[in-house]
Design a protein around this ligand. Structure first.
Ligand code: ADP
Length: 537
């Protein structure tokens, strides 16, 4: 027997309608190249989204088409998110930090019909445009006054297009499995792979994101997303925030600038923020150098890579609590978050630190398991580590234009991560499968070693890679960026003694000026392996 409930489809347009009606005067604040501090509210935003849907009609962008964006976190990118999805168009967010060749590849692979671009990327597109056969034209995210001169064919000004259109638009209703957005993984090996999100997954993921045991968002919050809207849809926050009326602050092209972030946070009364560790390092360095404080920020969600304890502790001095979170492009991205039930005051410091470094518990909707090499499920005892597999309604089942399923025979997605899970469900990533160091048949966790090393007061950043070894196959090599020039190799290696298993301690540590960063702001182990290919020569 079926239940007798409405089959209302889960569509992104419902978030928009809800926010406009209930939270119409909640603000969205942005920095763009033509506005030092643009400010409007949800009602203004969604009126303009209707105009934009009419612009799509004018440009012959119709249901099922894919359009690309090369844009920062700002109000226009937000409008494109909604105008595309709500009219059944797919928004392909292109990461402008990728190499030109990768951008050419993904724009062509996705068959983007139009590109909506920030003026900053016009020179890049001028270089590429002859190799983008599917593109019908370019819309520059600007007002008329700040339009750049360009040799691009069929160029339009975003604001002028909007001005000419009506504010009336009837949003269509369609199948909730309709594609809404497209994002390519960074493709550290091989070509980038496209992940196609749909309305149903996006809505369910948004419900999960706002829950108290996740981001805990409401109309009392003000969120600044440092995670880019071109990287897994800013972790889904542009959908989740309007659902519950959260004020949004968008730093535009200044997202890596400590001073701008501090100004925005303090002046707009931001209390929650989200981003990868490298960004936070930059903000915390700025605070140290300038002596400034964070007046209203209370919590920060750090994901995309393991968060070093040093970042958590420095934030703590500013009265900010860090939640480690784990996810991936293929998972929309949220998989787990560490919200900790335990009261820190009641735990010994070392136990507390050990706990808060974990990637947390799965959010409802994501099923997790760890398995051995022969796919046998491993116990949740906090010790056994194996391949992490997941299942759930916001996890991809097939990459864009791939024939083969992305799942194993039992319908699980292999994350490519290696993890442990404790009896009470706290998951800890020990490595990416391809970064694991295999020494004498045993595995060494590069993440644990990095964490121990960054705990040293003279270390700014640390990375550990495996280097070939005649006896042990591989041994860890510690690569350090110094905070204090007096740090010696002997000092840092001695520091690790007692903090990790004896046989994990690297034989050598090398010092570098900086660590290579990927297009999504993470330390690039692949580039480090290339850099130290000839080590120890
Ligand atoms: P890419 O790194 O290619 O841009 P994603 O952004 O989807 O792809 O990254 C997902 C990966 O990032 C995960 O599979 C995992 O290896 C790593 N990651 C994400 N969150 C964490 C975390 N909290 N701790 C350790 N690693 C993490």
């Amino acid at each position: 027997m079926f239940g007798l409930m409405m089959d209302t489809p889960l569509l992104i347009s419902s978030i928009m309608r809800h926010a406009e009606k209930l939270y119409g005067d909640t603000e969205i604040v942005s920095i763009t190249h033509d506005h030092p501090r643009h400010r409007y509210n949800y009602q203004d935003a969604f009126q303009r989204v209707r105009r934009l849907a009419n612009v799509f009609k004018q440009l012959d962008i119709t249901f099922g088409d894919v359009i690309g964006t090369l844009a920062w976190n700002d109000f226009r990118h937000f409008e494109i998110y909604y105008a595309t999805a709500c009219s059944g168009v797919v928004c392909h967010t292109v990461n402008p930090r990728l190499f030109a060749e990768q951008i050419r590849y993904i724009v062509n692979h996705a068959e983007d019909k139009w590109l909506f671009t920030d003026p900053l990327f016009v020179p890049l597109l001028e270089e590429l445009q002859a190799q983008l056969p599917h593109i019908k034209g370019y819309v520059i995210l600007s007002d008329e006054e700040h339009m750049p001169t360009s040799t691009l064919p069929n160029v339009h000004c975003y604001e002028s297009l909007l001005q000419q259109q009506s504010e009336e638009f009837d949003w269509p209703e369609f199948d909730e499995r309709t594609a809404s957005a497209l994002c390519y993984t960074s493709g550290t090996t091989g070509n980038p792979k496209g992940v196609v999100y749909n309305h149903r997954a996006t809505l369910l993921h948004s419900y999960a994101l706002v829950m108290p045991n996740a981001l805990n968002l409401s109309s009392r919050d003000c969120l600044l997303s440092v995670v880019p809207m071109f990287h897994v849809n800013a972790w889904g926050t542009p959908y989740a925030a309007p659902m519950v009326g959260t004020k949004i602050v968008l730093p535009g092209p200044r997202m890596a600038d400590g001073q701008t972030l501090t100004d925005l946070m303090n002046e707009e009364q931001v209390n929650v923020s989200a981003g990868v560790p490298t960004i936070w390092q930059a903000l915390l360095n700025y605070l140290r150098e300038s002596g400034r404080t964070l007046d209203t920020l209370k919590r920060v969600i750090v994901g995309g890579a393991a968060c070093p304890l040093s970042i958590m502790e420095t934030f703590e001095q500013h009265g900010v609590y860090v939640h480690a979170a784990w996810g991936m492009t293929e998972m929309s991205p949220l998989g787990s978050i560490n919200t900790m039930d335990q009261d820190p005051c009641e735990l010994p410091r070392s136990v507390y630190n050990e706990l808060r470094l974990k990637a947390g518990r799965a959010v409802f909707g994501v099923d997790m398991k760890i398995v051995s090499d022969d796919d046998q499920e491993l116990p949740w005892d906090g010790k056994a580590f194996g391949t992490l597999k997941v299942r759930g309604p916001w996890i991809t089942n097939r990459y864009f234009k791939h024939d083969a399923s992305a799942l194993d025979d039992n319908g699980w997605f292999d994350t490519g991560d290696v993890a442990t899970i404790s009896a009470d469900g706290y998951m800890q990533i020990t490595d990416r499968a391809k970064d694991v160091i295999k020494s004498g048949g045993e595995w060494i966790s590069s993440i644990d070693l990095e964490n121990a090393a960054t705990g040293h007061p003279k270390v700014a950043q640390a990375a550990v890679i495996g280097v070939p070894h005649p006896k042990w196959t591989e041994r860890p090599l510690l690569i350090i960026v110094k905070k204090d020039t007096t740090l010696s190799k002997e000092e840092i290696l001695a520091w690790l003694d007692g903090k990790v298993a004896k046989w994990w301690i690297p034989e050598d540590a090398v010092f570098v000026e900086s660590l290579p960063i990927t297009a999504t702001g993470k330390i690039s182990k692949k580039d480090l392996r290339d850099q130290f290919e000839d080590y120890p020569k």
